[in-house]
Design a protein around this ligand. Sequence first.
Ligand code: ADP
Ligand code: ZN
Length: 743
Amino acid sequence: MSGRRYAEVVVNAPIGKTLHYSVPDTLSAEIDVGKRLKVPLGNRLVSGYCVGLTDSPSSAIAKKIKDVAAVQDDRLAMDPAMLRLTRQISQRYQCPWGDAIEVALPAAIKRGHRAKKVKALRLARGRDEVMAELPALSKRAPKQAKALRILLDLEDGIAVRELSRLSGCGPSSIRTLVGRKLVESYELSPREEGLASRHVSKSPRLTLTKEQRDALELIRSRLAEERFGVVLLQGVTGSGKTEVYLRAIGEVVQKGLGAIVLVPEVSLTPQTIERFSERFDNVSMLHSYLTGAEHHTQWQAIRDGVSQVVIGARSAVFAPLKRLGLIVIDEEHESTYKQDNSPRYHARDVAIMRAKEEGAVVILGSATPSLESYFNAVVGNYSRAVLTKRIGDRQMPPVEVVDMRQEFHVGRATRLLSHQLEHYMRKSLSRGEQVILFLNKRGFSPFISCQRCGFVLRCDRCDITLTYHKRYHVALCHYCHSETQPPEECPDCRGSKMNYFGLGTERIEDEINRHFPEYRTLRMDSDTMKGRGVHERAFRALKNGEVDILIGTQMIAKGLDFPNVTVVGVISADTILNFPDFRACERTFQLLSQVAGRTGRGPKGGRVVIQSFNPNQYSILAAAEHDYEGFADRELEYRKSLGYPPFSVMVRVIFRGRSEDSVRKRALHVAKVLEDVGRGNGHKINVLGPAPAPISRIRNNFRWHLTLKASSYEALKDALQRTGSGTSGGVREVIDVDPYNML
Ligand code: ADP
Ligand code: ZN
């Protein structure tokens, strides 16, 4: 007679440990590690994941053990390697194991979305006949022509959604094509749908530059070792990093292994996807605008080995490839790789954990690597390949830094544009070239204030000034999104003149339209770029020269590749510099380098003007000189002297609640406990704070925070375990390991 078996279960509830349940004979054949279960907890049933099976539960409460109620999946939800990864995530980021498992499985899989048949399109006539239609159609209906060109490249068909996305065709254009019997619709089996279809023609192979060859050689030698390794691919903007990724993936696919490419959400454009799907069969895409059924299909295709190459944003790091060979992280320094709610993981760091677990290679690509990655390369933990030159011998653009303090003396009131910037703009525009103006703030102006008493309008619920948005004539809180009518008179002194201070992109647009009435402007920020397809339209307008001056926020800082852009102006380099954040200089350098990279991409060259009130600040000067190493070495010195990452592990603990007094008391208590731990262990941890957070109130919740610097993740974990429960007396606590948001 076989003895009883017990399942170790991570339940979907805020419980810091795993629970044991006994496995009834009826379920014993079905149950397995990695499956989802229903188990009793208190007097209800909850779902959970089986993370282990044993004959003897460790706890001494064996008598009280309840039975597993049901097994939810007929196949594994998580393989053992993925389970181990989620466990590491929970340890590293101090979150419940259940949260880590949840984030690794897409919602569609958990809900058990069944993939339905999907509508697809293919050519209804011979290729020659379709080709003959193209010239006329290109003029009249360019999107329809593009759709046909895409179909001409395919052996069979493509999902309607996919074709719409790649071509920009809406439902009515597609109906027209079908109506004219140029294309026909049919049904695709779920397995095929969502995979970029097989292309007949692979894009022509470029001859790699010497630098690209050397980089690829280095990656190849790491791949040949068939074990974990990290390569930092540091290449200036336009140096051909993507081509190196494509070749490396080619090698991996050839060996029958899989590859994941992570890109920041904003770079997940049709252009990016096209570049990969042109080169490889069955590329899977994981992004936030997939439907549940689509997500399900992609997930299964990846799991079944139908697609070997996956492109996606942050959470694609969990794509269930069976035999993983390579993970590429493009723009590895991007802070969008860090998740803002539990588990607060960083996709780059999770990629490295996963690669270690599965013996894969990681490529970290960037023009401006994070200091963490650069440091790892300097001390030899990572290999490093450098691409110093742009493709085609294009020069890096010359950058001028303009001292706006001087401009203020010369000009009468607030000058938006320095003389230099205006001069270069006029010169370029008169030659029919394009200009990009960058400012990292949306809205019209960030301050609404009374001319008489100086009162500044703030949000009722948040400790933040309201931003005036002119188009809708509202005062908007950028934190809680509440809107009010800007007052006619001062709420404080009843003065009748309210002023709008400071600069936002909307104001830049306004003033540029007034100063340059003969030129066409386009503003790209999260206010104007809402909804599907607007991005595409904006890109096309730029590409076709329908826009002379592009104005935008960080949204336009990367990816744009338009050779006719010959001037880039940074309206103010100081917006991030003044953030209360130890990464303020790093971010400034990265952003300025990225923005500068938008010009000089064609034979006409280009130039950059950076306006600043701190023109001698080293991150600005280094960006102007395109001197990454100079910046990074100096910044590392500074981090070292203050014991900031990468020389320590940092954690931010945020306390929030309705009662400021309780919040403060709890913060002080936790700080005291942690200080005692630090004294007891020879200062393996150091406490900074507690203090009110820079934004001391959001949605009527008071916020305090403290920062911990620890010598290692272990020291940190030990310390945090002593502080007791996360939530008490109406005060909620958030532990953010490796924080990126310090506000
Ligand atoms: P990065 O990713 O470093 O910004 P890309 O990979 O986008 O650079 O390359 C910039 C441009 O140069 C692209 O249009 C790409 O097709 C082209 N390119 C890349 N490598 C080569 C090469 N070896 N020869 C010619 N063109 C290349
Ligand atoms: Zn608010």
